[in-house]
Design a protein around this ligand. Structure first.
Ligand SMILES: NC(=O)c1ccc[n+]([C@@H]2O[C@H](COP(=O)([O-])OP(=O)(O)OC[C@H]3O[C@@H](n4cnc5c(N)ncnc54)[C@H](OP(=O)(O)O)[C@@H]3O)[C@@H](O)[C@H]2O)c1
Length: 261
């Protein structure tokens, strides 16, 4: 069933929506999880660190929302299936998945990248996104309703030296979005990509703290600064809510102008 058109004014209100955020323990995923809770949603939280997941769950509940703590690695198919089963048991289904878990552990020339380093990045960023989309998608297909947001990166579209594995993984996430969007559109599920530029999180700390690379990055950002996580959340809410009801297979870029330059 195609999502019905809406002609009344739409809001970002997510009251009663059941949302699963991966990579929710810190950085962009934590900010997105808290924004969903503030918008009225109940939030299931996944990351590897159980302690950090517990801490964010407390923040979610302090905002008046329900939370589910689902510590797991997104690249572990059984763990992802178990997490999805817990959501189904607790909430009976899911309305939104935000695939935000990701890694960028190396910054080195392509000829020096080790095979296990390459595989680790592809495993988490691509396979992890697919496994979570597959599990969430199965529940959404049953309900013929849902929205999936795949957090990619501008480096899915624009090259960056010393980021071969990461760029390749995010290009794959972009392609995965387009294909899932086509497959599932007629069955009520929208799938979109959210592509951040450079934000102030643990992931970018090393580059932002390095004089040469910091200067290079800032020279590529027309707005002249890095983003803060809270500046990404409205885009995530938009792609997850009825406000974007006629969007699927799209790539929403929030990058301070990098890819426009
Ligand atoms: N920050 C940026 O400027 C930027 C730019 C473009 C794209 N992105 C993308 O945005 C997403 C979030 O990035 P961030 O900056 O918030 O990074 P971050 O601060 O390093 O946080 C990464 C999150 O992913 C989780 N994670 C890592 N590996 C995981 C795994 N195998 N299974 C489950 N969870 C895992 C981490 O928790 P645990 O370590 O506890 O597992 C953490 O919650 C990533 O997909 C990243 O590629 C970020």
């Amino acid at each position: 069933m195609n999502a019905a058109p809406r002609s009344e004014p739409v809001t970002f209100d997510l009251t009663g929506r059941r949302v699963w955020v991966t990579g929710a323990s810190r950085g962009l995923g934590r900010a997105i999880a808290l924004a969903f809770a503030a918008a009225g949603a109940d939030v299931a939280l996944t990351a590897r660190s159980a302690e950090a997941v517990r801490s964010v769950a407390e923040e979610v509940e302090a905002l008046g929302a329900k939370s589910l703590q689902l510590p797991a690695s997104v690249s572990d198919a059984q763990a992802v299936a178990d997490a999805a089963a817990e959501i189904a048991t607790a909430w009976g289904g899911i309305d939104v998945l935000v695939n935000c878990a990701g890694v960028s552990p190396t910054f080195k020339r392509a000829e020096l990248v080790e095979e296990d380093e390459w595989r680790h990045v592809l495993d988490v960023n691509v396979t992890g996104s697919f496994l979570c989309a597959q599990e969430a998608g199965r529940m959404m297909l049953d309900a013929e309703n849902g929205a999936i947001v795949n957090v990619s990166s501008i480096h899915g579209q624009v090259g960056m030296e010393r980021m071969a594995a990461y760029s390749a993984s995010k290009g794959a996430v972009d392609a995965l979005t387009r294909t899932l969007a086509l497959e599932w559109a007629a069955r009520g599920i929208r799938v979109n990509t959210l592509s951040p530029g450079y934000f102030e999180t643990d992931m970018t700390e090393g580059l932002r703290g390095h004089r040469k690379w910091r200067g290079l990055l800032l020279s590529k950002i027309p707005l002249g600064r890095f983003g803060v996580p809270e500046e990404l959340v409205s885009a995530a809410l938009f792609l997850s809510s009825d406000a974007s009801g006629f969007m699927t297979g799209a790539n929403l870029v929030v990058d301070g102008g990098w890819t426009a330059a």
